[in-house]
Design a protein around this ligand. Structure first.
Ligand code: SAM
Length: 248
């Protein structure tokens, strides 16, 4: 049988495609994609022209059956999304699940991921992260999810679109402790890329300080809750400072 290649594509800068992704996209018989116009444009930038199969959120199961038949017939197929890594806050997971269930080979081609790009350049020092992705759009559901995250010690990663950024940041600032750090990672790999780190208590005023701060695509990183050890250490340092001041 053929293989399903799960291929990451750039999240902005077209230079972020990998050599292996280009090789595989050139080799496959067809490309299953989220939006055919978008993928056609991307492929043509690299001089590639392949038959495209529209595989979006609403027809994944139906498309999976078609892809399985083609893979069984020996075809090689790539699966891409509009940007970044398929199946991460993007369609693709159901197709991969069905293809695996049919005992057909699936191979990931690693590449751009907004979450990991943001985390890598955030400077937040924590070996663990908790990927949340998009929060629910309804305020009540969103707040329920956020309240469920208050004891997470790992760095949390959120995705957000520009039209909701202010509302989401306000919600984060009202649920988590104000001294926690937040990192805004905006328009990564694009012309107006910007990363800004501050305390949650200052997050809304930073957003409001310049209309440009609210534009584009965002990854938001929020520091996890301080552990007992962190708190004890901070308390020990506070007492030590007081004692040293007393001594001088
Ligand atoms: N599958 C993609 C990935 O691997 O990161 C994510 C796709 S999701 C539909 C789109 C969201 O990813 C955006 O709303 C934003 O939160 C984030 N994102 C994508 N590209 C980005 C970029 N260039 N800069 C910052 N965030 C980005």
């Amino acid at each position: 049988p053929g293989t399903l290649y799960v291929v990451a594509t750039p999240i902005g800068n077209v230079g972020d495609i990998t050599l292996r992704a280009l090789h595989v996209l050139n080799l496959v018989d067809a490309v299953a994609c989220e939006d055919t116009r978008n993928t056609r444009q991307l492929l043509s930038r690299y001089g590639l022209n392949k038959p495209l199969i529209a595989a979006h959120q609403h027809n994944e199961r139906e498309i999976a059956d078609k892809l399985i038949a083609r893979l069984q017939a020996g075809e090689r197929i790539a699966l891409v999304s509009d940007a970044g890594t398929p199946a991460v806050s993007d369609p693709g997971a159901r197709i991969v699940d069905a293809v695996r269930a049919a005992k057909l080979p699936v191979t990931p081609l690693p590449g751009a991921s907004a979450a990991l790009a943001a985390l890598s350049a955030s400077g937040l020092v924590n070996d663990q992260f908790h990927f949340v992705g998009f929060l629910p759009s309804k305020a009540g559901q969103r707040d329920t999810v956020l309240h469920g995250l208050t004891q997470v010690t790992a760095t949390m990663i959120f995705y957000e679109a520009p039209h909701r950024i202010e509302e989401t940041v306000a919600a984060l600032a009202s649920v988590f402790e104000p001294q926690r750090q937040i990192v805004f990672a905006r328009e990564l790999s694009k012309l107006f890329e910007e990363m800004h780190r501050c305390a949650l208590s200052d997050a809304l005023s930073w957003l409001g300080a310049d209309a440009n701060h609210q534009k584009g695509e965002f990854v938001l990183l929020v520091e996890g809750v301080a552990t007992d050890i962190d708190t004890q250490q901070a308390e020990a340092e506070r007492i030590l400072t007081i004692l040293l001041e007393e001594c001088s």
